[in-house]
Design a protein. Structure first.
Length: 361
């Protein structure tokens, strides 16, 4: 499958569009020096905008451009649109939570605008609470209601028993449970998306080396691969030990040789044991062991690269990489993305992605 052109125009013009409180500002666009948007698994995107902080006013005087707070102020909503300027796509929506002013000798004053998405409200307050007969679905809906967000949730409707949120923020607690059950959490606009990792596919992007893929670095590593994961817990009511075994179920996109098989053929069998897991049934212990195995397996082949700026490269995107050789050409799952813009290099996207499979020699 070939790369898809990023623009229908002969020149790909991709200066980001910044909207503050829903309105685009010509002043912000004219004085924008750089942008950096970072997102990773587990939700919580962060934004940095660097602006030249000088302007000429109607009386002809030069002064600091944004100090009257008519445009940029703490608590203002901010959204970023990137990609082809003729049809930009939203890649961030959040609130301005920090400002940094820089005055460096002969250099022009600069203003650094810091923002976080809606999950920033879920990381502030810690609470201690006991949940009886909890499901991740119900917890995610409760957290979404506190954040005034629309829940978009698939799976996780079954009970995971009694759970204790012990001096944890809502974000930390939800992340911990999702990690144990191989789930994904992301913010998309005003929606809170929660689903099993195996169901996440936020689009497909094809990249060819030395075309839209500017550079790539691939690491294939057996150091943390295993052939099985076992887990044990305790059912206090029944007074008995519970146990489970995981050997891989949801390894993600791609094809080729699994890390566990390569490990078995080269270094031999290797088992990882998880003791005293929060499980009260054999089924729960097996689910935790399987999630732990899958998370290890998916990190068998990891790639870190830089591509032409592409708003479709997001956490959860399946990215097909070509031109790196048969061992490494594969479909990877993006686990981290950083969208960058500056006056020197224009718009680029750094990404990290992983795959459970190594191609043929």
């Amino acid at each position: 499958m070939a790369e898809r052109a990023l623009s229908s125009s002969l020149v790909y013009s991709a200066q980001p569009t910044v909207r503050i409180d829903g309105r685009a500002s010509d002043k912000v666009k004219a004085l924008l020096l750089s942008m950096r948007l970072t997102e990773s698994e587990g939700g919580m995107s962060s934004l940095e905008l660097r602006l030249e902080n000088t302007g000429r006013f109607e009386d002809g005087q030069m002064d600091l451009a944004f100090e009257d707070e008519s445009i940029i102020r703490l608590g203002a909503s901010i959204s970023i649109y990137s990609g082809d300027e003729a049809a930009p796509r939203e890649i961030f929506r959040g609130l301005i939570t920090g400002l940094e002013a820089s005055f460096e000798g002969a250099n022009v004053p600069e203003l650094l605008v810091l923002a976080e998405d809606a999950l920033q409200r879920a990381r502030l307050a810690r609470r201690t609470k006991v949940y009886d007969d909890l499901s991740i679905d119900s917890l995610a809906r409760e957290v979404a209601a506190r954040l005034n967000m629309r829940p978009v949730i698939s799976g996780f409707s079954g009970s995971i028993g009694t759970q204790v949120q012990l001096n944890e923020s809502d974000l930390a607690f939800l992340r911990r449970l999702l990690s144990a059950h191989d789930g994904d959490l992301q913010v998309v606009g005003e929606e809170l998306h929660v689903s099993p990792r195996k169901d996440v596919r936020r689009g497909v992007v094809e990249l060819a080396l030395y075309s839209q893929l500017h550079r790539a670095r691939v690491i294939v590593d057996l150091a943390h691969q295993v052939t099985e994961v076992t887990a044990t817990g305790w059912n206090a009511l029944a007074g008995r030990r519970v146990s489970g075994l995981g050997t891989g179920e949801n390894l993600g996109p791609g094809s080729g040789r699994r890390g566990a098989n390569v490990l078995r053929d080269t270094l031999g069998e290797r088992s990882e044991h998880l003791g005293d897991v929060p499980a009260t049934t054999d089924e729960e212990a097996r689910a935790i062991a399987t999630a732990a195995f899958d998370q290890r397996a998916r990190r068998f082949v990891c790639v870190e690269g830089t591509a032409e700026g592409n708003p479709a490269l997001r956490v959860g995107t399946h990215v097909s990489l070509q031109g790196m050789g048969r061992r490494y050409d594969n479909t990877y799952y993006v686990v981290r993305a950083c969208h960058r813009y500056d006056l020197a290099r224009g718009y680029e996207t750094d990404f990290e992605a992983e795959c459970a499979f190594l191609g043929g020699p």
